[in-house]
Write a protein that binds this ligand. Structure first.
Ligand SMILES: [Zn+2]
Ligand SMILES: [Zn+2]
Length: 148
């Protein structure tokens, strides 16, 4: 495909590495434009798709950590996961780029395109991972639903 060189307006192949007339780096320019388009696509197609495992505690609701006790000894123990609020689950979001794990307090900012990969949003990949552990809360809800 022929495009116009952004520097000198000469017609140049989008596969050229540089403009033959002025030397403008065409390949780099084309690549950046494609990347910008992908980012815009990602922002425009964000939605919430359900729940998924918390990437920080891997659905346990707590994380293992080392701490010092009163005697100054290092001990292993657990601490509640603040990312998912101890629940082990966060929102599952998707976009043209793939799937994301998003903390509940950051969902609105994520959908609005205010955050990308940050403390509140983790890119998972092309496929939604199966839950690592059963979702006890959802199971209890389902059971209650059947009993009604
Ligand atoms: Zn040029
Ligand atoms: Zn967690």
């Amino acid at each position: 495909m022929l495009i116009e060189c952004p520097e000198c307006a000469h017609s140049v192949s989008d596969r050229a590495s540089a403009c033959p007339q002025c030397g403008f780096p065409i390949a780099e320019h084309v690549q950046q434009a494609a990347q910008r388009e992908q980012e815009q696509q990602d922002l425009a197609t964000r939605s919430v798709a359900g729940r998924t495992d918390c990437p920080k505690c891997e659905a346990r609701g707590f994380v293992m950590a080392s701490f010092e006790n009163d005697q100054g000894e290092t001990r292993e123990g657990f601490t509640w996961c603040d990312r998912c609020g101890h629940s082990g689950r966060v929102a599952l979001a998707k976009s043209s780029r793939g799937f994301w794990a998003v903390t509940d307090d950051q969902v609105d900012a994520f959908l609005a395109g205010e955050i990308g990969e940050s403390d509140g949003a983790t890119y998972i990949g092309d496929e939604s991972p199966p839950p690592r552990y059963p979702d006890r809360a959802a199971e209890a809800d389902a059971k209650r639903g059947q009993a009604d």
